[in-house]
Design a protein around this ligand. Structure first.
Ligand SMILES: Nc1nc2c(ncn2[C@@H]2O[C@H](COP(=O)(O)OP(=O)(O)O)[C@@H](O)[C@H]2O)c(=O)[nH]1
Ligand SMILES: [Mg+2]
Length: 398
């Protein structure tokens, strides 16, 4: 057996084991070198792709370690897990639940299902009308709006416009749609100057869904490639700022926070100034929902509204009041309190999916004359929909 190998250069012998070891080492080195070159080539291609697609503001920044999950943020965060992938540059948003799905409980247990049962196989007579009246008065539409609906209905009946139960049903449907559209016409969406950020102030009682709605709205806009800044104006609770920061990371929006115990108006002023300077497209301003008294809260919201205008004349372009649909009629009383202090331009109705009280939408539009702009139809990040009266009425009475 050949154990030795003759080395031609100096005539000495080298053990075959040493040669095998050397060969193995060289092969391993070659493998590593190939892997390194391939990785470099891939990275170069990615960078070239990124230059072609407008980069998300956070795309190349290192992600800080997330703080412990505060209230209101699900423990498992599938979207954040997706975002963790190092090669993913853009934020993608799935399809929201449909308005029909969001209204499932209202359709099953709310006033429309009660109305539907009355209309089945009945004649148009005084009994039927009384039953309709009873359902409307005890529904979440509210007494005032129901009264108006019924008056309109009786007038139509006198004019013999309504000849059968189906016509009454259709009347209720078109009258509801008219009510929703009338509110929207009173507050057309205000444009903002191009080249400066759009500022949206978000207000409402604690727990209604302000921060969640801000996160979901931010997700929609960052997914469109907009640069979004979230202003942490709820400095009353430390957890509120953390919750907003978690949302910022999930949806790739930057968050402007002040020093601890900073005055909320000054934090918001700085945020809007920064947004102007750094050319953000949109600023969403989170605010506190509870202070020592509601007088304090309203005074603070007025002050924040004022300083936003100082930082950027003409802003805020929208003031969105977040209401919790599960509160039914109480949401309307809450809205009246806010509306008297700050010029609310639109409503976000959160948690529509969690209630049978969807009829409140009609009452809110009629009594407050403020349009509903967005509805929360689920817990996922994409589950906020723009409110479209026709679509809503079709789903409700469909
Ligand atoms: N099902 C459902 N839950 C929601 C919706 N919007 C908010 N929530 C939940 O409502 C709770 C309070 O929300 P949060 O944003 O913290 O309220 P805030 O105090 O007004 O900022 C959280 O548990 C949210 O997950 C919605 O549209 N649907
Ligand atoms: Mg909040």
């Amino acid at each position: 057996m050949v154990e030795m190998f003759f080395c031609a250069t100096n005539g000495e012998t080298i053990p075959i084991e040493a040669l095998l070891f050397l060969g193995g080492f060289v092969a391993l080195f070659a493998l590593f070198a190939v892997a390194w070159v391939r990785k470099r080539a891939r990275r170069f291609e990615d960078e070239r792709d990124d230059e072609q697609v407008p980069p998300s503001p956070r795309a190349k920044r290192p992600r800080p370690t997330p703080p412990p999950e505060p209230d209101g943020v699900p423990a498992r965060d599938p979207v954040a897990e997706e975002v963790e992938e190092p090669e993913r540059a853009r934020f993608e948003l799935g399809e929201p639940r449909s308005i029909r799905e969001g209204l499932e409980r209202t359709q099953r247990d709310g006033f429309v299902s009660r109305l539907g049962k009355i209309f089945k196989g009945k004649q148009l007579d005084e009994d039927l009308l009384e039953e309709v009246e009873e359902v409307l008065f005890t529904s979440d539409i509210g007494v005032k709006t129901s009264q108006r609906l019924l008056e309109d209905m009786r007038q139509e009946l006198q004019r013999k416009e309504l000849s059968d139960p189906k016509a009454v049903w259709n009347f209720l449907r078109t009258d509801s749609q008219r009510t929703l559209e009338a509110a929207a016409e009173k507050h057309p969406i205000r444009e903002h100057e191009s080249g400066s950020p759009r500022v949206v102030m978000v207000i409402g009682v604690n727990g209604t869904g302000k921060t969640t709605s801000i996160g979901k709205l931010a997700a929609r806009y960052t997914a469109q490639g907009q640069r979004v800044l979230l202003a942490a104006g709820d400095t009353f609770r430390a957890a509120a700022v953390e919750q907003l920061e978690v949302w910022g990371r999930r949806v790739r929006a930057d968050v402007h926070r002040g020093a601890s115990e900073a005055d909320p108006a000054s934090v918001v002023f700085d945020a809007v100034t920064r947004a102007k300077k750094d050319k953000y497209d949109l600023v969403l301003v989170d605010t506190a929902g509870r202070l020592h008294t509601s007088v304090n809260l309203m005074a603070e919201l007025e002050k924040i509204h004022r300083v936003i205008g100082k930082a950027l004349p003409g802003a805020p372009h929208e003031v969105l009041l977040v209401l919790d649909a599960t509160m039914g009629q109480n949401a309307i009383q809450q809205a009246q309190m806010f509306r008297d202090s700050v010029a609310v331009t639109g409503i976000v109705l959160a948690k529509l999916d969690g209630t049978a009280k969807g009829g409140v939408v009609i009452g809110i539009s009629d009594q407050l004359q403020i349009p509903i702009r967005w509805v929360g139809v689920g817990e996922r990040i994409q589950d906020t929909r723009p409110f479209v009266p026709r679509e809503f009425v079709d789903a409700l009475f469909g």
